[in-house]
Design a protein around this ligand. Sequence first.
Ligand SMILES: NC(=O)c1ccc[n+]([C@@H]2O[C@H](COP(=O)([O-])OP(=O)(O)OC[C@H]3O[C@@H](n4cnc5c(N)ncnc54)[C@H](OP(=O)(O)O)[C@@H]3O)[C@@H](O)[C@H]2O)c1
Length: 341
Amino acid sequence: MPSQKPSYVLVTGATGFIGAHVVDNLLARGFSVRGSTRSKQKGDQMKAARPQYASKLDFVVVEDFTQIGVFDSVMDGIDAVIHVASPFFYDTTNNEQELILPAINGVRSILSASAKSGSKVQRLVMTSSFASVVSPSSTPAPEFTYTAANWNPLTYEEAIDPKSDSVTAYRGSKKFAELAAWEFVKEEKTKFDLVTLCPPMVFGPVVHPVPTVQQLNESNMMLWGVAAGVDPLPVTRVPGWIDARDLAEVHVQALLTPEAGGKRFVAASPEPFSYEYAADIIRDEFDWAKETVTTNYKMSEKPSASYGIDGETVARELGVKYRPFKETVIDLVRQIRGLTI
Ligand SMILES: NC(=O)c1ccc[n+]([C@@H]2O[C@H](COP(=O)([O-])OP(=O)(O)OC[C@H]3O[C@@H](n4cnc5c(N)ncnc54)[C@H](OP(=O)(O)O)[C@@H]3O)[C@@H](O)[C@H]2O)c1
C-alpha cells in the first residue's frame, strides 16, 4: 500500500497505443514520467511532441525487456511503475517465442527490478486483459456477467500448441503473464503492491508515433478497417470495449487509490459494441465513408451483448466515467482519415 503519492512513474510500453495515453494522463496531473521503449526514435518523437513537459518526461531504451536485470539501471528515483508493454499482434510464426514467453518474462523482469533492494517502488499497476478473464470456448447465459473473479481456463499446453491460433496464444500470453505477476508478489513478499487491469478491446485516437496507417496498433486497425471498407466486417469476438483515454484514467486512478492495492479489475464500458454498430456510426457520420464502408451486413440500432462484463466496479471504486462508443469511433476515424489524405 503506497504510504505517499508517487512522484516519478516508470511507464513501460510508453511509445505504444495505450502506454502513450497513460503517459499523457500522468503528465497532465503533474507527475514526472520515465517511459521505456525499444525505439529511441519513437521516444524522441514523443518528447518532441510534448515540449511543455520537457523537464517532466524522459525515455529509456530497453531493447529486450525479457532479460532479468535490464530494468535495474533505469529505476533511479522511480517510486511507481505502470507496466503496459507486452506483445500484441496476431501475425506470428511462433506463438510461444513471439507472444507467450516475452509477455511472461517481461513481467518477471520489471517486477524483479521493482523488488530490488533500494527500490522505492510502492505500487505496480499492470495492463493485463479481458483475454485472461473470458472463457472463449463456453457460451454463458445472457444474464451471466464476467467479473475480475473469473479466469480464462486455457492451459499453458493449449496456449503453446502449434495447432492453436495466434488469438488463443495471445489470450494465453496475457493469462500466464498476469499469473506470473501475482505469483511473484506473493512468493517474494514484495514491499510494493500490485493492481492488474483487464480491459477488453481498446479503441480511440492515437497519441503515440504512428508513421503510417499500416503501423496502427492491432485493435484500432480492426476498427479503422471498418471505415476503410473491409468486407466481411470483423467478427466481434468479445462484445466489450473501452476508450484508451478512459483506460489511461483507470491506470492512473489504480495507481493513486490506496484501496486498489492487491486487486484485479475489469475495465470495460457498460455499453456493448459490435463492428456492425461501428459501421453504422461511421456511415452516418462521414460522407466519404458511404463509399467505403461495406453494406454487406445487417444494420443494427445498438448491439445487445451476449453476456455482461462488469465495468461498474472500476467506475465505482476508481471513480472513472466511460465515454460513449460513438465518440470513440468518430474521434479515431476522423484522426486516421486525416493521416490517409
Ligand atoms: N489494444 C487492446 O485492445 C488491448 C486490450 C487489452 C489489453 N491490451 C494490452 O495493453 C497493452 C498495450 O497494448 P496496445 O494496444 O497499446 O498495443 P501496442 O501499441 O502494440 O503496444 C504494445 C507495447 O508493448 C511494447 N512491447 C511489445 N513487445 C515488446 C517486447 N518484446 N519487448 C519490449 N516491449 C514490447 C511495445 O513497445 P514499442 O513501443 O517499443 O514497440 C509497445 O509499446 C498490452 O499489454 C496489451 O496486451 C490491449
